[in-house]
Design a protein around this ligand. Structure first.
Ligand code: NDP
Length: 414
């Protein structure tokens, strides 16, 4: 086992340094100066509401539980949408996606009936788009409660040599994976609480890569480290010199670490939302690690040899591999299963990732133990993720960065 874990560390660390062409770069400074320039007013673009239910109107999904899944157009989110829409009769999926047409194509390919879901535009790397989505969602809901918000979308940009920035001028992985979701939670929370939805759940997908008490998060360089949020403090202070600070800890840009840091913030958000709001609202806040779904497009920016080799490596060497359909079952379980109606849990599965692959003497075939199978259990998180002072600081600074306030009436006490 030790051999296998060391191999994971080497394999993943080496690949973190394989550079590919840089994406669009738009710094915080550029965003800020565009906003303050005299041209900013003329550059202002009116955003028409993105509300489009294909003519079916707000009655869509009537009588079903409403479940928003961000990033439902690919990988884990798409599979979970398929499970809820195709295998259950009591859910209606609202796919919060950056590309509505892609979602429709993928839903058709997966056999998800049009009557069981709707796709609404939501670009998490653009706070205006997130706000628009919340308005569209409200129209769809009408008087109905929102039952579940599942924050699943993410980008992973380990090969970027320099930081790319969101529409609002934040480093792209942190903006898409954490800040956009943080704002979305803020926008729907009061409504979920007010509606007193029974069994209301907010789920934010976490990862072992953000938990340094694991092999994936502890041995594989770089480790997640939000430090004392020095980078965010600089940005929040309005210090002009901080205009282009890409990392939460104020250190130089490192794409693989930016993803892991965002996952730490995702899991901390769950804990802090639970502390502040669970007792008052009954909403259940949870996170999960779905397993290593090594062949999702999350790894799209890696070179082809990595994309070919990584699933095989995870399947036959470490045994940590979980297929896309199985991961979807897992996420759907956390969304809908009665045994997951708890709050402040980091769900995991004790699949077969404990052993390495072996040649089965009966079949003479290489058999991967697989991270698949096993039972769901309540996992521990790293001391960084579960540090209450850091959780609080993360929550307050994130609120400042996205420009949101939280309902006074639910303010919890430490
Ligand atoms: P995918 O790349 O397959 O899916 C990511 C989804 O996020 C896509 O639908 C993508 O949209 C969407 N997305 C990206 N940026 C934005 C944005 N700005 N606004 C809205 N949507 C956006 O990855 P996975 O399915 O693997 O990842 C899903 C979740 O699982 C992530 O949170 C990831 O961290 C987590 N995870 C994944 C693991 C794995 O091994 N794959 C392991 C542990 C956790 P589009 O379709 O348009 O590209």
């Amino acid at each position: 086992m030790m051999k296998a874990t060391a191999l994971v560390a080497v394999f993943t660390s080496v690949t973190a340094f394989t550079l590919s062409p840089s994406p669009m770069v738009r710094s915080r400074a550029a965003v800020a100066s565009a906003r303050s320039s005299p041209l900013a007013a003329s550059a202002f673009k009116f955003e028409f509401p993105s509300f489009d239910f294909g003519g079916a109107g707000a009655g869509k999904g009537k009588g079903k539980k409403l479940c928003v899944i961000t990033g439902a157009s690919s990988g884990l989110g798409l599979e979970a949408a398929r499970v809820l829409a195709c295998e259950r009769d009591d859910y209606f999926v609202v796919a919060a996606v950056r590309d509505v047409e892609k979602m429709k194509r993928e839903a058709e390919r997966m056999g998800i009936p049009a009557a069981k879901y709707t796709a609404l535009k939501c670009d998490l790397a653009d706070f205006a788009s997130v706000r628009n989505f919340a308005k569209d969602l409200k129209q769809l809901q009408g008087a109905r409660p929102l039952d579940t918000l599942c924050c699943n979308a993410a980008v992973y940009r380990p090969t970027d040599p320099v930081a790319a920035f969101s529409a609002d001028g934040f480093e792209l992985s942190m903006a898409s994976n954490h800040l956009g979701h943080f704002l979305l939670c803020n926008l729907v929370l009061a409504d979920m609480a007010k509606n007193k939805a029974k069994d209301a759940r907010v789920i934010i997908v976490g990862s072992i890569t953000g938990n340094s008490n694991t092999v994936g998060g502890g041995l594989v360089y770089p480790r997640a480290d939000v430090g004392q949020f020095q980078g965010w403090e600089q940005i929040a202070s309005g210090d002009k010199a901080a205009a282009d600070v890409p990392m939460v800890d104020g250190k130089p840009f490192f794409g693989a670490k930016a993803y892991k840091d965002a996952k730490v913030c995702n899991m901390m958000t769950v804990a802090e939302l639970h502390r502040r709001y669970h007792a008052d609202t009954g909403i259940q806040f949870n996170s999960l690690y779905p397993g290593c779904i090594a062949d999702t497009p999350l790894f799209r920016e890696k070179r082809q040899w990595f994309r070919d080799g990584f699933p095989l490596f995870m399947k036959y060497v470490t045994g940590g591999y979980v297929s896309m359909p199985e991961s979807g079952e897992r996420l759907a379980q956390v969304i809908a299963a009665p045994e997951c109606a708890k709050s402040n849990v980091y769900w995991s599965w004790n699949g077969g990732a404990k052993t390495v692959a072996y040649v089965n003497p009966l079949t003479n075939k290489l058999t991967g133990a697989g991270g698949s199978g096993g039972e769901i259990f309540e996992n521990d998180q790293s001391s960084q993720v579960s540090n209450p002072e850091k959780q609080k600081k993360m929550f307050e600074l994130s609120s400042q960065l996205v420009g949101c306030t939280w309902p006074e009436s639910y303010k919890g006490k430490r």
